[in-house]
Design a protein around this ligand. Structure first.
Ligand SMILES: C[S@@+](CC[C@H](N)C(=O)[O-])C[C@H]1O[C@@H](n2cnc3c(N)ncnc32)[C@H](O)[C@@H]1O
Length: 255
């Protein structure tokens, strides 16, 4: 892969605090250290707005729901990890890419990224899932953080931002905010796994319990959600009739 503004000489630095979140100042992330870190430039979208109080309450409901659902992740991991492994093998992303995994849950996508040599940081709002992620994927770092608080992460802080089966569960407002931040934080590419079309009845039933956003998400093409964020669709890897993996890249990157 080649990107005009990719610094191929910059190696990932040691795991050390790179920045502090403005909202939750105890959080610190690794990423690409020193000279490899990107600064705001014309290709990043402008500063993004915050969420309203109702949307924040929905995030708290989501946190409680996923903490309660933690035992189900034993099954979810067995379903998702083969998908993640197959798609990442097909994409062959540069292993030196640092990755920020949004809504990491029990770290399934973080685990496969780490297996492929990436330096990975996972964030999630559900602390019970994060404890399991830390036990399962000791090579990655995990932090409790709401997607709505990504404003504390600098532009281009990670080469790759990934998000696995999270977007369909978010309100339109939080989904757009998350994608705006993801496009700003990713120096090179954004990797999305999610539903691509309405699934069978049991998937629709499970998603009904998660919240009201799944039907609207699966009806709209994913490219619409990314419109205007400075990323273009580079690759699509079909996973099943109802799911896919999409790799979006900065316009000057070729895969
Ligand atoms: C269906 S799970 C997917 C988990 C993981 N990506 C995987 O592939 O196994 C959705 C995840 O998104 C997280 N999530 C939802 N809303 C969030 C928010 N506002 N901030 C952070 N994490 C959130 C949930 O806690 C949950 O872990």
């Amino acid at each position: 892969m080649r990107c005009a503004h990719r610094d191929d000489t910059a190696k990932p630095g040691p795991l050390r605090p790179l920045f502090r979140s403005r909202r939750r100042t105890s959080l610190a992330f690794p990423g690409r250290a020193g000279k490899g870190r990107r600064r705001r430039s014309a290709c990043y979208p402008a500063a993004v707005p915050d969420l309203d109080a109702a949307a924040r309450r929905e995030v708290e409901r989501t946190r409680r729901l996923f903490n309660r659902a933690a035992p189900l992740f034993l099954l979810i991991e067995r379903w998702l990890e083969p998908q993640y492994r197959t798609a990442l093998a097909a994409l062959e992303l540069p292993p030196e890419f640092s990755a920020l995994d949004l809504g990491t849950g029990t770290g399934s996508l973080a685990k496969i990224l780490a297996e492929r040599g990436h330096t990975v940081t996972g964030i999630d709002v559900a602390e019970r899932l994060l404890r399991r992620a830390a036990r399962r994927v000791p090579a990655a770092r995990f932090r409790r953080m709401d997607l709505a608080d990504l404003a504390g992460v600098p532009d281009g802080a990670f080469d790759l931002v990934s998000v696995g089966y999270v977007l369909h569960g978010l309100s339109r407002e939080l989904r757009r905010l998350t994608l705006e931040h993801a496009a700003r934080i990713a120096a090179h590419a954004l990797l999305i796994f999610d539903y691509a079309a309405p699934g069978p009845w049991y998937v629709r039933l499970v998603e009904h319990f998660e919240g009201p956003h799944y039907p609207g998400f699966v009806r709209a093409p994913i490219e619409d959600a990314l419109a205007g964020l400075g990323l273009t669709l580079a690759r699509t890897v079909p996973i099943s009739p109802a799911s896919a993996c999409w790799l979006f890249a900065r316009e000057d990157c070729t895969f």
